[in-house]
Every structure is written in C-alpha cells, then in structure tokens.
Design a binder for this molecule. Structure first.
Ligand SMILES: Nc1ncnc2c1ncn2[C@@H]1O[C@H](COP(=O)(O)OP(=O)(O)OP(=O)(O)O)[C@@H](O)[C@H]1O
Ligand SMILES: [Mg+2]
Length: 253
C-alpha cells in the first residue's frame, strides 16, 4: 500500500450509516453522512428537523432506532461503557445557549471538564484554563472570577466554547453557536470558530440555521429536510444546486 492510500482508508471522524430516529413521528430517516478528520461540516435545517438529535446521537446520549453511528472508527453500539467514556472525553460540546453552570465562576466553568477527567494536576489546569481563555479572546485576569450572569451574551458564548475546547478534544460539536446573538457578535463568534479550526485542527460538526455564518466557516454543508439530507456539499455547490428545497432555503436566508 502506498503511503498516499492511507488518508482515504482512514476512518472518518464521524459516520452515520442508514440512521433512523423517530419520536412521536419520524425525525431522521435512513440518514448517512461522513465527516472527515479535520473537516468542518455544518448541518443546517429548519427548527425541529432533528439537528440537535444528530448531535445527541454522535455524543452517544441517544441511540438510533436503526443504523449505526461511529465516532473515530468506533461504532457506538459495539463498545462498552468504559470505552464510550474514553471516546466521550475526546469530544467537546458547545451547547445551544452556552449552558454554563450559573453558580461557578468562568474559571471553574472552563476547568470543569479538566477536573472531572482527573488526568491533569491543578497547576496544569490553571495554565490550561488561562491559555484557553486567551485563545477565545478573553482576558483571564479580567474574567476568571466572574459569574456567567455578569457576562454579556457574546462573552458567555466564548466561555462555553472555552469550556468545550479546554481538554483539547479531537472532535468539537456546536449546537447553534450564533443563535440569540446580535449580527456583529455573531460575526465575531464565527471568526473565532474559524480561527480555532485553524489553530487546533479539530474536526467540527456545527448545527445551525444561520446559513450565512455556515457558508463562511464550513468545508461542507448538509441540509436536513423532512428526515433526509437533501443537499451535502461545499458552500459554492450549494449556491449552484438546483435542488428545489435547497434553493428555497437559501432564498429565505
Ligand atoms: N426526547 C425527545 N422526545 C420526544 N420528542 C423529541 C425528543 N427530542 C427531540 N424530539 C422531537 O424531535 C424533533 C427534532 O428535534 P431536535 O431538537 O433535534 O430539532 P432541531 O433541528 O435541533 O430544532 P431547533 O432548530 O429548534 O433546535 C422535534 O420535533 C422534537 O420535538
Ligand atoms: Mg436544536
């Protein structure tokens, strides 16, 4: 095997294979998708189409009714609890609306995952938290002791991102990173995400209905509609697509 053959053979960072999920009604129907290592893939679609559900599947918080979800080459169905915990430790999640712990300071929020995994000593955690706050353009001296309620929406979002990336995950999941932010703050958060992709080279799956933001940061965009991906491809290809729903979704954005 030539060395060039390896990347193509390498496991996808995330793979959904013929995945179906139904609650009261079908949400995802035989959905397949591969996210390559170091790729940024955006999943867009209307409210209630199953975007957050997809992230819960990748996190292993929910099992598909049918089909397989694999993360970094491991089928989540086939692995035990201990292995699942190890895998989970390599995934960072930026929750819809930041979801910080209200009674913890910014420092404690960002340190949370590091302390929980128990692999880093406190001085190393301190250094890592300060580095990570700087990475998301927050001044550690200024914000470390503040509580979430004292921060602006944009700053809370940055702290949420810092908390997710502090353990330096291999895979980063964002749920609606720009929702609820004014256009300028939304732009700065998008620019931050773009910079983190370059600096950390982390595989990212971003769920959003903000098409403009996703066109700027995604390598590929997957558009979810009525349980299926009606379009998957590069932003330019999406604009050029003649698929009717894709056109109407873009026209409405
Ligand atoms: N645990 C659950 N029990 C029952 N129904 C659920 C559950 N989780 C999600 N649903 C339903 O599945 C559908 C998809 O939900 P999901 O949260 O994945 O949508 P979404 O695309 O993230 O929407 P939004 O853009 O509003 O965040 C919705 O109709 C929702 O009501
Ligand atoms: Mg959602």
């Amino acid at each position: 095997m030539s060395p060039h053959a390896f990347p193509a053979m390498a496991a996808a960072a995330v793979e959904l294979d013929q995945v179906s999920v139904a609650f009261a009604r079908p949400v995802l129907h035989e959905v397949s998708l591969r996210v390559a290592t170091a790729e940024t893939l955006a999943v867009i679609g209307e409210s209630g189409t199953g975007k957050s559900t997809m992230l819960r599947l990748i996190l292993g918080l929910q099992q598909p009714d049918v089909g397989t979800v694999s993360v970094m080459g491991h089928s989540l169905r086939a692995i035990g609890r201990a292995e699942q915990r190890t895998l989970r430790a390599q995934i960072g999640m930026v929750f819809q609306g930041a979801a910080l712990f209200d009674s913890l300071t910014t420092f404690e929020n960002v340190a949370f995952g590091l302390r929980e995994s128990g692999v880093m000593a406190e001085p190393a955690i301190r250094t890592r938290v300060r580095e990570t706050l700087a990475l998301v353009d927050l001044d550690p001296d200024e914000v470390s002791q503040t509580l979430p309620a004292q921060l602006s929406g944009g700053m809370r979002k940055r702290v949420g991102i810092a908390r997710a990336i502090a353990p330096r995950p291999a895979l980063l999941l964002y749920d609606e990173p720009t929702a609820g932010l004014d256009p300028l703050t939304s732009n700065t958060v998008t620019a931050l995400m773009q910079r983190l992709q370059q600096e950390l080279r982390v595989t990212s799956v971003v769920v959003s209905h903000d098409v403009r933001a996703m066109v700027r940061i995604a390598d590929r965009i997957a558009l979810l509609h009525e349980g299926r991906f009606v379009f998957v491809g590069a932003p330019d290809a999406m604009r050029a697509s003649d698929e009717p729903y894709t056109q109407s979704f873009l026209a409405a954005a």
